[in-house]
Design a protein around this ligand. Sequence first.
Ligand SMILES: O=P(O)(O)OC[C@H]1O[C@H](O[C@H]2O[C@H](CO)[C@@H](O)[C@H](O)[C@H]2O)[C@H](O)[C@@H](O)[C@@H]1O
Length: 266
Amino acid sequence: MKQVHHPSALDMFEDIISASKGKQIVMFLDYDGTLSPIVDDPDQAFMSDAMRGTVRKLARYFPTAIVSGRCRDKVYSFVQLAELYYAGSHGMDIEGPSKGSKYKKGAQAVLFQPASEFLPMIDEVYKELLDKTKSTEGVRVEDNKFCVSVHFRCADEKKWGELALQVRSVLKEYPKLRLSQGRKVLEIRPIIKWDKGKALEFLLQSLGYGSCADAFPIYIGDDRTDEDAFKVLRERGQGFGILVSKTPKDTHASYSLQEPSELLDG
Ligand SMILES: O=P(O)(O)OC[C@H]1O[C@H](O[C@H]2O[C@H](CO)[C@@H](O)[C@H](O)[C@H]2O)[C@H](O)[C@@H](O)[C@@H]1O
């Protein structure tokens, strides 16, 4: 992975369209920081009606999935579009449209939860983290069903080190869980080999494009966990990733957008 001043997806629009000619575009969209702006309170990360309109339009022409670290039900409550695929908990909770997809006629409804055996453990660790961190003002522990987020965006910066130690001390007892860091958030999830990249492959497969060169997957995301999906696209030599970021970053994405509003159509 190298740091590049990746070209703007807006400037490269023509190239993108011509590269996808004759192929079925499949859209993968991260939620926080991609469809919705980053805000202090995770419960208030609403997407705008204009953004919902853009996603609805995309789904009219292309199979479209939301791939998020959030609990699937939560991300659905923000997006509210029944025609989409949703992959919550960093891809560990995948569900297709309840009425089936117009892109996959006759197919059975999709529901895939590769980490279901970890549910009791995640529930337990969520409660322990709530208890352990309750004295640190501004910390927020979010239950994302197959993973847990410990937010420190609103905690005093001087407390961040102490918080990391508290979280690590809880996780010492759970060798089957791992810790990673996102945007002012510590994320705890099962060590299984499953991530947003695997979710992307699973969804392509269930749409009938598993080993097919006729698909052109586009994944748009802003965070470290989205890199797993960008990497899969690079390795498959298929489609491309678009990173949403104001600043150049180490990334496997091919293009960039500065902020969520650039996704809106005119
Ligand atoms: O995969 P994503 O859809 O990008 O989810 C990743 C995490 O997003 C949320 O946290 C981030 O957004 C919050 C709201 O803007 C912000 O307050 C927080 O600091 C960010 O890290 C979500 O709350 C987490 O559970 C997700 O894991």
